[in-house]
Design a binder for this molecule. Sequence first.
Ligand code: UD1
Length: 340
Amino acid sequence: MAILVTGGLGYIGSHTVVELLNNNFEVVIVDDLSNSEKFILKNIEEITGKKPAFYPFDLKRKELLTQVFDAYSIEGCINFAAYKAVGESQEKPIDYYENNLFSLINILQEFKTRGLSNFIFSSSCTVYGQADEMPIDENTPLKMPESVYGKTKQMGEEILIDFAKAYNRKVSLLRYFNPIGAHPSSKLGELPIGVPNNLVPYVMQTAAGIREKLSVWGNDYPTVDGTAVRDYIYVVDLAKAHVAALKRLLSNQSEESTIDIYNLGTGTGSSVLEVVKAFETANNVEVPYKICDRREGDITVAYANANKAEKELNWKSETSLEEALRTTWEWQKYLNSRNN
Ligand code: UD1
C-alpha cells in the first residue's frame, strides 16, 4: 500500500514525504520539477535512509498518471502539486486554473474509477479572506479570495467536497496559515524562484545580502505596530499534521462520506516587524528594511484557532517563531555552500 504525494519535492511536500517515510509509509512522488529541484530527492534519502519512488511528469499527462496507479496499490493521496504565486496568478489566470484544477481532476478520475479514498488537499487560510473576527476557526465564513491562486484553492475544496459526497469517499482539507522554516538537517527548505514574494524568504535573502532591503508593505494597519499580522507555522510541524490527518482518514471505517477540515496554524499572530526582530535575534544578523505603501490585496490580520486539529488530530504547533527562523537561516547557509 502506498501514498501518492504530488508535488513531493516542493517546500511543504518534501517535508511531508520525510514525515511519511519516518512513519513507515510507502511513498510515491509525482513532481514535474517546475518549482522544485532534483537534489531534494537525494536529500530526502539522506535524511530518512529510504528511497521513495519518484516520477517526474506533469499531472495533466493523464496516461502517465494512469500508469502510476496501475503500478502501485495506492491507498491515499496528498496533493501538493500546484502553482502558488499570488501575483503571477493574476497575470496568468488560465494557466493557474488549468494547472491547479486539471491535475486535481485527473487524480480524482483515477480515485473515482478505482474506488479509492483518503485524499488530502493543500488548502490555505486565503479562503477566509479578511475575516471579521480573530482567531479564525473552521466555521468562520468563507469569502471568495481576490487572487486567482486563492480561487483555485477554494474551487479545489468545492470539487473535493462534491467528490466525497457523490461517491462516499473520505477527504481532508488542510487550510495552512503561513508556513515558514526549514528542516533541522538544513537539507530541505523553500526554494523561491527569482525575487521572493513571501516575507520570510525575502527576509532570509536580505540578511544574506542577496537583497538590499526588505520592503515592509504598510505600517498604517490597525495592529500592534502598524504592520500586518499573520500566523507563521513551522513547516515540520505542518508536515506532521498531514501524517496525523492521513492516519485519521485511514482509521475511519465509515461507509459514508467524510470531509475533515482543519486550520493549521500556531494560534498566535506576529506582525511583519516582529518577524524581522525575531529573525535578527534568533540569528544575530541584521535585516535592513524600509517602510513602503501597502501591498494591493493584503489583509490586515489572520491567525488561526487550531483547537479542532488539536482535538481530532492530537496535533499542535510545537516550534517557536525564533526557532523556525533559526532553521531558515541555516537553510540559507546550506544554499550558500551549494553555490560555492
Ligand atoms: C500569501 C498569499 C496567500 C498564500 C500565502 C502562501 C497574498 C495576498 N496572499 O499570504 O494567499 O496562501 O502567501 O504562503 O499574497 N510582506 C512584506 N514585505 C515582503 C513580503 C511580505 O512586508 O517583501 C508582508 C505582507 O504584506 C504580509 C506579510 O508580510 O503582511 C506576509 O506576506 P506573505 O509571506 O506574502 O504571505 P501572505 O500575504 O499572508
